[in-house]
Design a protein around this ligand. Structure first.
Ligand SMILES: [Zn+2]
Length: 261
């Protein structure tokens, strides 16, 4: 499998992460000769190295951070150390929101000097590193500065709708994606406006309107886990007529197969 996406974790929200009811290692993306790691949460290093076949952090070309929250950024420093071979050589790139380098930066300064490229994400930004191009079409509604990612591959786009409160703008930002990955933390729509996360009904609206060929739900909170994400996904598939899959730790998506016409 040449080009793939692998879930090194599918945990979302504090309880699931702190108890490791699901792993929280983020997502590995390989396309061509380029390896990206998206949101290296707690356990990213261990999950990459214990993955079969092994994913070596020293082969990484870039780390991407959707936002600074711990479940997305905890292993950033150790992954940069690994990418730069113990901070001995200048190598690789990090893409992150400006806030992640603000007060209490999540990337140590001695590691910033070891990067070939440190780029600040912005709404509407377009980026390229080695064989992978992506955009950050929208700043999400979340309690930290947060962006989603739209990877632009010749065979079609793969979008990651990271942490966000539901917003109509998400539909426009990620429309025409062939594959959609949605961080679905909550079972129900929130009555508390301070919880800025997508729910299962929100995910369904996104799937119905964006109409990808394939959708994955991930980043599960406790309420979703209790209700069996695979059953929720099956029901959503039936309601929308679009194949929806609940991601598991270690699940791998073959991009050749998933994107082919
Ligand atoms: Zn968050």
């Amino acid at each position: 499998m040449e080009n793939f996406i692998k879930f090194l974790g599918t945990a979302g929200a504090r309880v699931v992460v702190s108890k490791q009811l699901r792993a929280s290692g983020g997502v590995w993306i390989k396309y061509g000769d380029t390896n990206f790691h998206l949101d290296p949460g707690p356990g990213a290093l261990v999950k990459a190295l214990s993955s079969r076949p092994r994913l070596s952090p020293s082969s990484l070309d870039a780390l991407l951070l959707s936002h600074r929250h711990l479940d997305h950024s905890n292993d950033l420093n150790i992954m940069v150390e690994a990418m730069t071979e113990g901070a001995t050589r200048e190598r690789g790139a990090v893409f992150l929101p400006r806030e992640a380098l603000g007060e209490e930066p999540v990337l140590f300064s001695y590691l910033r000097d070891k990067l070939e490229n440190l780029e600040i994400l912005e709404e509407g930004g377009q980026y390229q590193w080695k064989d992978i191009s992506f955009s950050t079409p929208l700043r999400h509604l979340h309690s930290a500065e947060t962006y989603g990612f739209r990877f632009i591959f010749p065979q079609g786009d793969v979008s990651f709708i990271t942490d966000s409160l539901f917003d109509e703008k998400l539909i426009e930002a990620y429309k025409d994606s062939k594959i959609l990955v949605i961080n679905t933390v909550r079972l129900h729509r929130e009555v508390h406006p301070h919880i800025l996360h997508l729910s299962i009904p929100d995910a369904q609206v996104l799937v119905e309107n964006i109409k990808p060929r394939l959708a994955f739900l991930t980043h599960f909170g406790l309420t979703v886990l209790r209700e069996k994400p695979w059953e929720i996904a099956e029901e959503m598939s039936q309601k929308t007529g679009i194949k929806v899959i609940a991601a598991n730790d270690g699940m791998k998506i073959d991009l050749e197969e998933a994107l082919e016409d």
